[in-house]
Design a protein around this ligand. Structure first.
Ligand SMILES: C[S@@+](CC[C@H](N)C(=O)[O-])C[C@H]1O[C@@H](n2cnc3c(N)ncnc32)[C@H](O)[C@@H]1O
Length: 231
C-alpha cells in the first residue's frame, strides 16, 4: 500500500515560539538584510510621523528600530501582522518600549497614517496580486515626499533553467541548515496556494504602477532580492 503524505496548509500562527530560528535557517543572508534595513532606515527616520513594518511577525525588525530611536519623541514605530499569535508574542517581548505598538490586521485593509518609512521583509509573497497592489498604493499615498519603502522578496527567476538551478541551490541551503529532505518537501507542499511570488521584473513594475519612480534593486542572493523605493 502506498503511504500518503498528509500535510497542513502553511500558517505562521503555528509557530510563534520557534519563529526566530525558523527564519534564520530558511532565509539566506538574514543577518545581512537586517544590517541593510537598519542602515538604510537611518536615512529616512525623522523625529516626526510614523515608521511601519508590514508583516512584522514577532517584532524583531521594528522592535530593534524602536529601541535605536527611543530618544526621538515625535516619531512612532508600528508593526502590523496578520497572525494574532505572533502579535501577542511581539507585544510581550517589547512591552517596555513606549514608542512602539503592534496591530493585528491584514495589511492591505489597514488605514495607514502619514509615514516616513515602510519596511516589508518577505511578506508580499504571501499576498494576492490585488492585496499587493492595494497595500503598495496605500503606502505610496501616505509616505511623505522623499520617504521610503524597503522591500525584500523571494522572487521567481525569469527563465525555467535558472529557476531549476536556484531552487536546487536553495534546497542545499536548507539541508546545510539541518532541515531534512522530508521537512523540505513537506514545507513546499504546505506552501502550495499560500506562496505567490512574482519575478523581480513584475515586482518592479508593481512598485512603478503604484507611483514609485526611484527604485534601487540593491540586494540579491539568487531569488532573494531587496529593493529600496523612494517617493
Ligand atoms: C516570512 S514572515 C516575515 C516576518 C518578518 N518580516 C521578518 O522578517 O522577521 C512573513 C510574515 O508576513 C505576515 N503576513 C502575511 N500576509 C500578511 C498580510 N496580508 N498582512 C499582514 N501580515 C501578513 C505573516 O503572518 C508573517 O508573520
Amino acid at each position: 500500500m502506498k503511504k500518503k503524505i498528509s500535510v497542513n496548509k502553511w500558517s505562521f500562527d503555528n509557530m510563534p515560539e520557534t519563529y526566530d530560528s525558523h527564519l534564520k535557517r530558511s532565509i539566506p543572508l538574514y543577518q545581512e538584510s537586517q544590517f541593510f534595513i537598519s542602515k538604510i532606515s537611518s536615512y529616512f527616520i525623522k523625529d516626526q510621523n510614523i515608521n511601519y513594518e508590514i508583516g512584522c511577525a514577532n517584532g524583531t525588525i521594528i522592535g530593534s528600530l524602536a529601541r535605536e530611536y527611543k530618544n526621538f519623541k515625535k516619531t512612532k514605530f508600528v508593526g502590523i501582522d496578520l497572525s494574532k499569535k505572533l502579535i501577542i508574542e511581539a507585544k510581550k517581548r517589547y512591552k517596555n518600549i513606549n514608542n512602539l505598538n503592534f496591530q493585528s490586521s491584514n495589511a492591505s485593509q489597514y488605514n495607514f497614517k502619514k509615514c516616513n518609512l515602510a519596511i516589508i521583509h518577505y511578506v508580499l509573497q504571501f499576498m494576492t496580486d490585488e492585496e499587493k497592489k492595494m497595500l503598495i498604493k496605500k503606502i505610496y499615498k501616505q509616505l511623505i515626499k522623499s520617504g521610503a519603502m524597503i522591500v525584500f522578496e523571494k522572487t521567481l527567476m525569469e527563465d525555467s533553467y535558472s529557476q531549476d538551478v536556484f531552487s536546487g541551490i536553495y534546497n542545499d541551503f536548507k539541508f546545510d541548515n539541518e532541515y531534512s529532505p522530508e521537512e523540505v518537501i513537506k514545507k513546499s507542499i504546505s506552501l502550495r496556494s499560500v506562496m505567490r511570488s512574482s519575478t523581480s521584473k513584475n515586482n518592479i513594475e508593481l512598485f512603478k504602477a503604484c507611483g514609485f519612480k526611484s527604485i534601487y534593486d540593491f540586494f540579491k542572493w539568487g531569488p532573494f532580492e531587496g529593493y529600496l523605493c523612494v517617493k
